[in-house]
Design a protein around this ligand. Sequence first.
Ligand SMILES: NC(=O)c1ccc[n+]([C@@H]2O[C@H](COP(=O)([O-])OP(=O)(O)OC[C@H]3O[C@@H](n4cnc5c(N)ncnc54)[C@H](OP(=O)(O)O)[C@@H]3O)[C@@H](O)[C@H]2O)c1
Length: 357
Amino acid sequence: MTSIPETMSAFVLTGHGDMDVLVHHTDWPVPKCGTHDVLIKVHACGLNNTDVNTRTGWYSKSVEDGTTGSATDASEDDAAWGGTPLHFPRIQGADVCGTVVQVGKNADQSLLDKRVLVDCWLRDWNDPHNKNKTGYFGSECDGGFADYVAVDYRNVHAVNSELSHAELATFATSWMTAEGMLNRADVGEGDSVLITGASGGVGSALIALAKRRGAKTIAMTSPAKRKQVEALGPDQIIGRDPKALGEQKVTVVADVVAGQIFPSLIDSLERGGRYVASGAIAGPKVDLDIRTLYLHDLTLLGSTVVPLGTFADIVKYIEDQEITPALAATYPLSDLHKAQQAFIDKKHVGNIAVTMD
Ligand SMILES: NC(=O)c1ccc[n+]([C@@H]2O[C@H](COP(=O)([O-])OP(=O)(O)OC[C@H]3O[C@@H](n4cnc5c(N)ncnc54)[C@H](OP(=O)(O)O)[C@@H]3O)[C@@H](O)[C@H]2O)c1
């Protein structure tokens, strides 16, 4: 039986603000393993924009600009993703790869000693399909920017893979989000999918998962990242302006950027096309000409909380080696500030993870 220490290294979010509200402790209490929980020794935890946006308070409706990674003047009342206040102190980090070292008495005992990934959507297990009753790992409960994390065993999936801990820690948020978008837009063979932010975590996953469904993929990226995005295998690459498509139309737009390009994204859809959004990194307020929407029989979709079972699908694709991670860099947990700054600077392709071992 592994001996579990009383205290651990952890990055703790102390409020909304700039990077300095994320404070490193080396004597933070190791979480207690509840009866339905498992305790995970974290090996690696991926970064994601939810953690950055939550820190800065960007989700508040009072914020109208794109994301910058700097403090906003958000109202604290709706600064978290779910539109409710966040409770501090909070350990963020939703993309955990670790090993189960303790199992609660009502949890699945077979998880002990297994290498696992965590589904970041926290369900009410008495009403697990009710999306209004979901929380997000690292927002409504402590997450993985720490040596240990406790989480309900029903969120925990054993994974059988040759990939490294850090590679496995790039999947949860981005790939589940991308798969959720493609499910919402019912993407399949015969579709052509225009993907914004294609060099990012969600965008790179959208390329792979749309290709997996047999759809044609058109990736949008900045010129500096073009070569690396090419390696992800999209059928076509254009720059950040959808007008480069000219007369070419697509059946689906999968968007995480929004902002000023939104009208051109909508214009790129053929009659009956579907637009699906999961992010608005360039700005949440957009211009929509309602005439284009109805005269072209378009469908606008949003996607955040994915149906139960989506994460299990991602784990299966990993185990079947259908999908490959795009790990851009790793940092030790103690360098989380540096890791998050690199993530915000967006010079990378794919995702960044911190490691604990
Ligand atoms: N709803 C959800 O459940 C959910 C889950 C995950 C993420 N998200 C959201 O989705 C968005 C993308 O997430 P991610 O993790 O994929 O982000 P990411 O890894 O940071 O990548 C975003 C990409 O967007 C492009 N980009 C950045 N700023 C831009 C701008 N101002 N204009 C145009 N393109 C810009 C960049 O690509 P190029 O330099 O190549 O253009 C960047 O690599 C974020 O807003 C995030 O909050 C939502």
